[in-house]
Design a protein around this ligand. Structure first.
Ligand SMILES: [Fe+2]
Ligand SMILES: [Fe+2]
Length: 346
């Protein structure tokens, strides 16, 4: 979610806008904005003269919007008790003097935000940018050259582990959501979920890294699937399904053509759509033929796909997605689903 900044002077607000945009998406509007079809917001900052009629009308209309429950912070240009009473009467939750440094205002905004609303922490955002750049490079290389540089995979692992350690999984997922490329988003989400999972079940560092590396490349074959198919709304016809399912073997071939791919990565890329009852693809593996690392990854992959918002579907709520996974007990490892449920709550 973004922070909404209402300003009656964009030039004056520029330093604040830039400071906010270092940590979160920030939508900027004027006090004469029409409120219809606005995106959800995590917090509202009002950088205006509160005594202006247009500002009063704007905030009244904002208060009438049932979808806005975020806290509102005002930048006060007058410190008289009358001015502050006016601000509070307009529905502001807090005021901060105009001479306050932008980074302090940003900190105040962060304090006003419900953590679940997804304010982005600067270090998590930097980690996300590094990891997204590396994954973007991976997909580009896989799509154009048919092989990848494994160093780019390693370059993604540390930022993900650091972001999770510093800011937790929820913040990582929210930060990733700010990126616009669905396939990279998905890989980074699955990698974050896998890392959380691995932490929760006490994987040693080397195993956790193997799982995160495998998660980062699991859908690499999609770099060779037509974009129209990846974004298609509605179900795929049988021919399209064959092409889409080939991302597993395409990804495997890409890794095979790249030097230094480890066995866990090859296994994960080829088999992450295999299911315990043998109904998966591409090899129809069942039971013990599916390794633990693939079983873990498959669960993170399904959970992530269900809870992602795509152009063709809304996001499912986390508990609903876990319930779906519990309902797949013949297909995915039930004890790993329980472990993921606990890992998400940790
Ligand atoms: Fe996949
Ligand atoms: Fe996937």
């Amino acid at each position: 979610m973004a922070v909404l900044l209402i300003t009656d002077n964009g030039k004056r607000s520029r330093p604040l806008i830039e400071a906010l945009r270092c940590v979160t998406p920030c939508e900027v509007v004027g006090p004469t904005v029409e409120w219809s079809a606005q995106t959800p917001v995590a917090a509202v900052v009002v950088d205006c003269d509160f005594t202006e009629l247009s500002v009063g009308r704007c905030l009244k209309a904002l208060g009438d919007r049932p979808d806005i429950t975020a806290n509102i912070l005002g930048i006060a240009y007058r410190s008289s008790s009358k001015a502050l009473r006016t601000a509070m009467a307009l529905g502001l939750d807090a005021c901060i003097p105009f001479y306050t440094e932008p980074h302090v205002i940003v900190a105040a905004v962060q304090n006003l935000i419900d953590p679940d609303d997804g304010i982005l922490n600067a270090s998590t955002r930097r980690c996300a940018e590094q990891a997204a750049a590396a994954v973007s490079h991976l997909f580009h290389s896989a799509g154009t050259r048919g092989r990848i540089d494994l160093k780019a995979v390693d370059d993604s692992v540390d930022p993900i582990l650091t972001a999770l350690k510093d800011g937790g999984l929820a913040r990582w997922l929210n930060t990733i959501e700010a990126h616009d490329k669905a396939t990279y988003q998905h890989s980074l989400r699955v990698a974050g979920l896998s890392a959380q999972f691995a932490n929760h079940i006490g994987f040693p560092d080397f195993q956790r890294r193997r799982l995160v590396r495998a998660a980062l490349v699991h859908d690499l074959g999609k770099s060779q699937v037509p974009r129209e198919l990846l974004l298609k709304k509605g179900s795929l016809n049988p021919e399209e399904l064959v092409i889409m399912r080939a991302h597993t073997t395409l990804g495997y071939d890409i890794l095979k053509a790249s030097s230094n791919a480890d066995s866990a990565m090859l296994d994960a890329v080829r088999h992450h759509h295999e299911l315990l009852d043998g109904s998966g693809y591409p090899d129809g593996l069942s039971g013990d033929a599916i390794s633990d690392i693939v079983r873990l990854l498959t669960i993170c992959d399904i959970y992530s796909a269900l809870t992602e918002r795509r152009s063709y579907k809304p996001a499912m709520e986390p508990q609903e997605a876990i319930a779906v996974l519990h309902g797949m007990s013949t297909k995915v490892e039930p004890r790993f689903v329980q472990a993921l449920d606990r890992a998400l709550a940790a």
